[in-house]
Design a protein around this ligand. Structure first.
Ligand code: UGA
Length: 433
């Protein structure tokens, strides 16, 4: 099948590259000509394991190409994916303007092809959108004079996690296809046939809702475990033992029960807020979901307060923040807890150094990122672990202790063993332990 993907950001590029790898001919479109030039040369503008190799491989075998020209890309495409951003607006609702623009552009392109006999394209929404967006896309096309028989609109949400997106795409837990006709459903199912995945066929609105609810449930698990961690901390119980034990109950599940400084990234915080807004617009106050984001926002404040409480005077004290990316395996810093922490520590009067294996700038004015973890630790009164990069667990802790002014660790991800750290001469503080 011939595929056109509008938007060569994170979702669009992973989708395009993986579909090309599965055998489709893919043209990725982006309005940024510089991005297109660099992608055409096989360079990816962000870090995602395995993606660059996959793009290069498919560029070589001619199954993927990049262009700014939607007309050219969409002309012969059987399927057009919309994979553009839906960032949060001030009130927490999703900004759908890029999706609306993409739908308008598709309509313009299809208008030029209107005289073509048997014109039919499937427009698939991959962007995370409020429930009802499928209807809006349909209306945009119809209003532009494109007859209903010439297109189908499908919702096919993505469930990729940054840092493991390629492997998530190739080994999905499920593929959700929301469509209003079996012709479109069958065609999209064909795209994924070699993945042998559990495919769910539903209506468009339900598919849109499944996406929001998946991310909101993951966020709820994290805020739940963080709330329990805050209780554990006060009553002398270790959250990691509690979470480990409850996670063995298959109804609860082990994943997403790591207490810490909370969730960041471009998806979980945004999608919880957006679902709160969807509820509000439908006349319902989503109390639990509001609480989920509130607990998350406070979690980093608590962590900063804990550091502050340990040092009665911040002046002259230096904290090394280890990890800047919002999670390991990526260089994405959107909504990163590390940045919020650095700002807070700075405002409290601490000097701050930082290091991340993939992010080379602190993104906080006045704080410089170190080239090396031991440089960041040099002369510090404490180290705060904020991103659970595996290499942080493999540090030479003897060297770290000797490099630091004071051997104090605040483990914002509960990634280190408290007993081992204490044996190595560190004062250790985790979250909820
Ligand atoms: C999330 C979802 O996990 C994906 O399924 C979804 O497709 C994606 O959003 C999206 O909508 O595009 P992602 O934002 O890449 O993926 O990151 P997650 O792995 O969900 O992690 C989010 C945050 O939660 C990170 O800051 C992580 O450190 C934190 N986290 C995760 C915890 O604090 N505790 C945990 O137990 C797990």
């Amino acid at each position: 099948m011939k595929i056109c993907v509008i938007g060569s950001g994170y979702v669009g590029l992973v989708t395009g590259a993986c579909l090309a790898n599965l055998g489709s001919h893919v043209t990725c479109v982006d309005k940024d000509p510089e991005k297109i030039e660099s992608l055409s040369a096989g360079h990816i503008h962000f870090f995602e394991p395995g993606l660059e190799e996959m793009v290069k491989f498919n560029l070589k075998n001619g199954r993927i190409s990049f262009t700014s020209d939607l007309d050219r890309a969409a002309k012969d495409a059987d399927v057009i994916f919309i994979a553009v951003g839906t960032p949060p607006k001030r009130d927490g609702s999703a900004d759908i303007s890029s999706v609306v623009r993409a739908a308008g552009d598709i309509a313009k392109t299809m208008k030029k092809l209107k005289s073509r006999k048997g014109l039919y394209k499937i427009i698939v929404n991959k962007s995370t959108v409020p429930v009802g967006m499928g209807d809006i896309v349909t209306k945009i096309l119809k209003r532009s004079g494109i007859p209903g028989r010439s297109f189908s609109v499908v919702s096919n949400p993505e469930f990729l996690s940054e840092g493991s997106a390629v492997s998530d795409f190739m080994n999905p837990d499920r593929i959700v296809i929301g469509a209003s006709d079996t012709k479109a459903f069958d065609a999209i199912t064909q795209l994924y046939r070699s993945l042998n995945a559990h495919i769910i066929f539903t209506d468009i609105k339900t598919a849109e809702m499944i996406k929001y609810v998946s991310n909101s449930f993951l966020a709820t698990k994290i805020s739940f475990v963080n709330e329990i961690a805050n209780i554990c901390e006060r009553i002398g119980v270790d959250i990691t033992a509690v979470a480990g034990a409850i996670g063995l109950d298959q109804r609860i599940g082990k994943k997403f029960l790591n207490a810490g400084v909370g969730y960041g990234g471009s998806c979980l915080p945004k999608d919880v807020s957006a679902l709160v807004n969807v509820a509000k617009n439908a006349g319902y106050r989503a109390q639990l979901l509001k609480g989920v984001n509130e607990i998350n926002e406070k979690q980093i404040d608590r962590f900063a307060a804990r550091i502050r409480a340990y040092f009665p005077g911040a002046a002259g004290k230096k904290i090394a923040v280890l990890g800047i990316a919002f999670k390991p395996g990526t260089d994405d810093i959107r909504e990163a807890p590390s940045i919020k922490l650095m700002k807070k520590l700075k405002a409290m009067g601490f000097a701050v150094s930082c290091f991340d294996p993939a992010v080379k700038k602190s993104h906080v004015p006045g704080i410089t990122a170190s080239e090396d973890v031991y440089c960041a630790l040099k002369g510090c009164d404490a180290a705060a672990f904020v991103t659970e990069w595996p290499q942080f667990k493999q540090l030479n802790f003897e060297l770290a202790r000797n490099t630091m002014k004071k051997p104090v660790i605040f483990d914002g991800r509960n990634m280190l063993n408290p007993g081992v750290m204490r044996e190595q001469g560190f004062k250790y503080f985790g979250v909820g332990r």
